[in-house]
Design a protein. Structure first.
Length: 440
């Protein structure tokens, strides 16, 4: 068991955005379902997005037998099963347990781990993070304190290419050129350098230090950004905990980067596809499992990476053609790569519009311009939301398209130097290109 953190007082800081939650985290899982307008919803944590073919088949079986028949990808590489009937929770849990997708009932909502999806499959990473992933997930499920983590707390394992840097994970472990690893907390402050061997243990120690810091502050918080601490104060506390645990470390400047997923197509020893709006039908899922060798890797950008080591170029081309034929994005030129949306109507009672239908109509009418915008904000992600909560929106710069109370939508740019209060109305989705030209 990890030793207790120092009892030294942690000073509040005006640099932090302090939040005190007055309730427990209600984030859904597979044992705690969420009641939506289209039926109950289960969120299945898939650490690193990695699924064996057997697990992929079990998920498909679960949604076809109990849900709406589709699998819904999340912005953390997890899977949601929607449209579940009342009283099916026990059967769903049994199916997932048999497939190895529920190794610890006490930890099922806290296994939020994203990992570089192309790690070990191309030549751009510094190391293969799969051993980190296995070790961290095992340690997480063995930690009694970790059961208190929020279902929103996020670990990120970056193989050094910097693809996860913009996800604002609570704990990020990034491979470094010297063969070690950098441990960073939240999105600001300095980092700690540890050995590659100690990286998974250090990540868990950081999460447990976060829990202790929340208790010391007398508040209930879900994410690192909510702690009433300065950017480096939690890092100092984590450093002390690592010392107690016998994990060598030293401070260093944090490496930066931007969140970006692999482009669709053949890349390294893999195929990459994008899933429009993150919704996978049964035929699409079957084609994905047919093309993969051994496993699938779901990405935080609602895509899927299919390892294909040893596969000939001809076979890979044929597989991409089959994936394209079932409606998946297999090339880098698709406007769908920058378009996302919450579930909207009819699945969510809070939504003011069927945002997915409107996003599709706008894309059909406006082509690539609808996805990329124009001017200095050209290329920003375009995210459609049914209300101001903006569930599932991408981190960082984007263009928000939010359903308005009076009907239609309001567009705004979320980017440094841009006034988010400035909005442009959109009464007809087919006129999106004109609204984008005005807002950007």
């Amino acid at each position: 068991m990890l030793a207790a953190m120092s009892s030294a007082a942690l000073r509040p800081s005006s640099q932090a955005t302090a939040v005190s939650r007055d309730r427990s985290d209600a984030c859904p899982g597979t044992l705690r379902l969420h009641a939506a307008d289209d039926g109950a919803l289960a969120r299945v944590r898939i650490p690193g997005g990695v699924l064996t073919l057997g697990q992929a088949e079990a998920l498909a079986d679960a949604t076809q037998r109990l849900g709406d028949g589709d699998l819904h990808l999340t912005s953390r590489g997890n899977v949601q099963v929607r449209g579940l009937a009342d009283g099916c929770g026990a059967e769903l849990a049994e199916l997932l347990t048999a497939a190895g997708l529920l190794p610890s009932r006490g930890h099922e909502r806290v296994r939020n781990i994203v990992a570089s999806p192309l790690s070990g499959l191309d030549n751009h990473g510094l190391l293969d993070v799969r051993p980190w992933l296995s070790a961290l997930d095992t340690a997480l499920c063995a930690s009694e304190p970790a059961q208190a983590l929020s279902g929103r707390f996020l670990f990120a394992l970056d193989d050094g290419r910097g693809d996860l840097a913009g996800l604002e994970a609570d704990v990020t472990v990034r491979a470094t050129a010297d063969g070690g690893a950098q441990l960073a907390l939240g999105s600001a402050g300095r980092a700690l350098h540890v050995s590659s061997q100690d990286a998974p243990r250090a990540a868990l120690a950081a999460a447990e230090a976060f829990l202790e810091a929340g208790r010391a502050g007398g508040t209930r918080v879900w994410r690192v950004a909510e702690l009433a601490l300065g950017a480096d104060e939690l890092t100092e506390s984590v450093g002390h905990r690592l010392t107690v645990e016998g994990i060598g470390h030293e401070r260093q400047a944090r490496e930066t980067g931007r969140s970006h997923g692999p482009l669709p197509g053949a890349v390294g020893d893999a195929l990459s596809v994008h899933v429009p709006l993150g919704r996978l039908s049964a035929p699409q899922w079957r084609e994905l499992t047919r093309a993969a060798l051994g496993e699938l890797r779901l990405t935080p950008w609602r895509g899927v990476v299919l390892p294909t080591p040893g596969t000939t170029a001809v076979r890979r081309t044929e597989a991409l053609a089959r994936l394209d034929a079932v409606g998946l994005v297999t090339g880098p030129g698709s406007p769908w790569l920058r378009v996302g949306a919450c579930i909207g109507r009819p699945g969510c009672a809070k939504s003011r519009a069927d945002v997915r239908a409107d996003a599709t109509a706008a894309l059909d009418a406006g082509g690539a311009l609808a996805a990329s915008g124009s001017g200095r904000h050209q290329g920003l992600p375009l995210y459609w939301s049914g209300c101001e909560r903006r569930c599932g929106h991408p981190r960082g710069e984007r263009i928000d398209v939010v359903a308005a109370p009076e009907g239609g939508y309001r567009l705004s740019v979320v980017a440094p130097g841009h006034d988010e209060a400035r909005t442009v109305p959109l009464d007809d989705p087919s006129r999106l290109a004109a609204a984008l030209a005005e807002i950007t």
